[in-house]
Design a protein around this ligand. Structure first.
Ligand SMILES: [Zn+2]
Length: 128
């Protein structure tokens, strides 16, 4: 499950892409998601405002990143408030687009369960 989240794949089949464009650092169409999974047909817009909940996930990830930056500074014995705030700002800025996307991937993976036969079922359904 974790690799599919990190690679931003469909939670149901772990193969279809969650986002239209692969690069997290592309400005235009950065948030664009297909309506359905191209491989298994899973609905990616489960309800209006579905990804609002992903904000809580991204908040949690931001806290985790902050703790990681803090820990690295402590481990290398180079902690100072100014350095921490600067490092924190740069790391969060660099990771922000990926954090937002991965938050959506985590959020949908909480709701949609993996189904090993999802693609097969989708094909059978569309042949009939
Ligand atoms: Zn899928």
């Amino acid at each position: 499950m974790l690799p599919s989240i990190l690679k931003l794949k469909c939670p149901k089949c772990h193969e279809g892409d969650l986002f239209v464009h692969k690069g997290s650092y592309r400005i235009k169409g950065f948030f664009d998601m297909p309506k359905n999974c191209p491989k298994c047909g899973q609905d990616f817009e489960i309800e209006t405002g579905f990804y609002f909940g992903a904000m809580y996930v991204s908040y949690g990830l931001t806290i985790a990143i902050s703790v990681a930056v803090f820990t690295v500074l402590i481990v290398f014995d180079s902690y100072s408030l100014e350095l921490f705030l600067l490092a924190e700002f740069l790391v969060l800025l660099a990771l922000l687009p990926y954090v937002i996307r991965v938050s959506r991937a985590i959020w949908i993976a909480i709701i949609v369960k993996y189904d090993a036969k999802a693609i097969e079922k989708w094909k059978v359904k569309n042949i009939k």
